[in-house]
Design a protein around this ligand. Structure first.
Ligand SMILES: Nc1ncnc2c1ncn2[C@@H]1O[C@H](COP(=O)(O)OP(=O)(O)OP(=O)(O)O)[C@@H](O)[C@H]1O
Ligand SMILES: [Mg+2]
Length: 587
């Protein structure tokens, strides 16, 4: 297998600048939600000093009436903080969703515009996992992990500030816990990162083994491999379980050490309180508030640490999404003016899908405006490839394709799409009404235009006979169309899109069949007034063309009118004799 060239991944600084950019676009909402969340957190922090006040009032044996104000304050704080939190969180969610939607749009936009060569080289799996997995990992983070992480960090910072305002000596005592916490986190990350990676790999291996065993169940049974496979599944499962247990043990020790840090910090705060109250430097209420503050840090710290993993996963996915959105867009055409006519010129075209395996070599082809040229050749000769190169769907490895005198790379993708249309062998009917399906080619077309186009290719009759006419739902789950009908619709779309150059790479319909005849006259009608290149599987179509080009193993071996080529007695003459014999036989 050849080495995959995976799609690129963005680096850290680039991720930050994209995020800042997205934030800047939603500036108002970003500032608003930040203000609300900060406000809510700050208001919530008033609870501790109010409780401290209550403690002081009780400790100095004040009357119950004196408790009225602090208690009312507590209720007010609770209500206000709940309301501002709700508003802030919903604004934050909106902000996240807007940024996510923006990113997703950019991603899809770039992904759809990627050169096919690049997607094929990376393997379509790479792009699909980015569209599905990575988008959902980032979405989950935006919806859950990030708001929680932001609020935790904010709570920690503001609580420390509040402690400093209360009395800086309490803050110093509380900070005794920090070295232990930092040490614990470093200790944990060093062990957890390889362990979780091994765990993910083991779960992947276990799932792959299950898929192999279940997917190949028939073979496994036929060759009596069941025992060996069950052993292998067991082995993989045991490996995964062992790693999971190590993960749980590690997490337990991690939280154990964090608890130690909390114990040390809280003890220090209480000891400080004991000394300060004893020396009359603080009231019991202030000491209580400090202890409450420190205690209220436990939750946010644990949440923030637990979310670091999620944040890392989200960053990895984000780098894969931004990697794709950052791919350079197809070069903007260097304006050289529109095609002067509907001529096609391919000069020295060579193409290889796989390095060193050329499927086209030095192909030259000129088609005059309005001319009808047929391409014939054995299967695998390169007809479809040449068609795709001329339509600008693939880029030729060497040589130039020009439409109306303008090379495709100067014409740019949009103008190329307007100038050339390729109707391929596999026609896709999109789900939806028939009218919608046709309007893909010409969104502005009115019903009369659709009817006229249908009539032109001889499809009006059967469309009118459909249960709901143009409104009939076709495609997946809808009215089933025959292959001939689907091909005819493709020709109707061609008429509606009305490009000056059209290439038909038709499905092989059995010669002499009713379908073949219908399609042949439909194609002739649809090509009226256009330059036409037809990949002809039935030589009657070739015979009716102005000129015929014979391809063999990627090389043009003959070119001329039907009569010339038959008279020349070469490759085409042989094909024609065989075809006429076959046709005579069938008819
Ligand atoms: N996407 C691809 N990747 C690699 N090789 C390809 C690809 N598409 C086509 N080929 C190879 O290129 C050669 C030319 O294929 P092409 O489809 O152009 O032939 P064709 O003349 O249209 O044949 P047919 O009459 O069967 O449609 C074949 O050898 C084919 O296997
Ligand atoms: Mg083909």
């Amino acid at each position: 297998m050849t080495e995959r060239e995976l799609l690129p991944v963005a680096a850290g600084p680039r991720i930050r600048s994209v995020l800042l950019d997205l934030l800047r676009q939603a500036k108002g909402r970003a500032i608003g939600s930040f203000a609300f969340v900060v406000g809510a957190t700050a208001i919530g922090l008033l609870t501790a000093p109010l409780l401290g006040r209550v403690v002081d009032l009780v400790a100095t044996r004040q009357s119950a009436a004196a408790l009225g104000w602090p208690v009312a304050g507590l209720v007010l704080v609770a209500a206000t903080s709940a309301i501002t939190t709700a508003i802030g969180v919903s604004m934050l969610a909106r902000l996240g969703e807007t940024m996510l939607a923006d990113l997703r749009e950019r991603f899809i936009d770039r992904a759809l515009g990627l050169p096919l060569e690049q997607v094929e080289k990376a393997g379509s799996g790479d792009l699909t996992t980015r569209v599905t997995n990575d988008v959902s990992v980032v979405a989950d983070a935006v919806r859950q992990a990030l708001p929680a992480l932001a609020r935790s960090v904010l709570t920690i910072v503001l609580t420390l500030v509040a402690m400093a305002i209360l009395d800086w000596r309490f803050l110093v005592a509380a900070l005794l816990a920090v070295p232990i916490q930092l040490h614990t986190v470093r200790w944990y990350v060093r062990r957890a990162t390889p362990l979780y990676a091994a765990q993910r790999a083991a779960v992947g291996a276990q799932q792959q083994q299950l898929l192999d065993t279940i997917g190949g169940a028939k073979t496994v049974r036929a060759f009596r491999l069941a025992d060996a496979h069950v052993d292998r599944v067991r082995e993989r499962s045991n490996g995964a379980v062992e790693l999971a247990l190590r993960g749980v043990r590690l997490a337990t020790r991690f939280y154990g050490r964090l608890n130690l840090a909390e114990f040390v910090g809280l003890s220090a705060v209480l000891a400080a309180g004991f000394l300060l109250v004893g020396a009359n430097l603080a009231t019991v209420g202030v000491a209580t508030a400090a202890a409450l503050y420190f205690h209220s840090l436990f939750g946010p710290i644990n949440t923030a640490l637990a979310l670091v993993d999620d944040a890392q996963a989200a960053t990895a996915s984000l780098s894969r999404l931004i990697g794709v959105t950052d791919l350079p867009s197809p070069a903007e055409p260097t304006r050289v003016g529109p095609p002067v006519d509907a001529s096609v010129k391919a000069a020295g075209i060579g193409h290889s899908y796989v390095d060193d395996h050329p499927v086209l070599r030095e192909v030259d082809l000129e088609v005059a405006p309005g001319e009808r040229v047929a391409m014939v050749g054995a299967s695998g000769a390169g007809k479809t490839t040449l068609a795709k190169l001329i339509a600008g769907i693939h880029q030729a490895t060497s040589g130039t394709v020009s439409i109306g005198g303008v090379p495709l790379d100067q014409l740019g993708p949009a103008a190329t799409r307007r100038a050339v249309a390729l109707i391929s062998q596999e026609v896709h009917v999109f789900s939806g009404s028939l009218a919608d399906d046709l309007r893909l080619a010409a969104p502005e077309a009115g019903d009369e235009d659709l009817h006229a186009a249908l009539a032109k290719v001889g499809a009006a009759e059967w469309v009118e006979a459909l249960p709901d006419g143009l409104a009939t739902v076709v495609g997946e789950g809808g009215h089933r169309l025959t292959v001939t009908q689907a091909q005819q619709l493709a020709l109707v779309r061609l008429v509606l899109a009305d490009p000056p150059v059209a290439i038909l790479d038709e499905a092989t319909a059995e010669a002499g069949s009713a379908g073949a005849k219908t399609l042949e006259s439909a194609a002739a009608a649809a090509l009226e007034g256009r330059t036409g290149l037809i990949v002809a599987h039935r030589l009657t179509q070739a015979a009716a063309s102005d000129r015929i080009v014979v391809l063999d193993s990627g090389v043009v071996v003959e070119s001329g009118t039907h009569d010339e080529l038959v008279a020349a007695g070469g490759r085409y003459a042989t094909l024609w004799t065989a075809w006429s014999g076959l046709r005579g036989h069938r008819w």
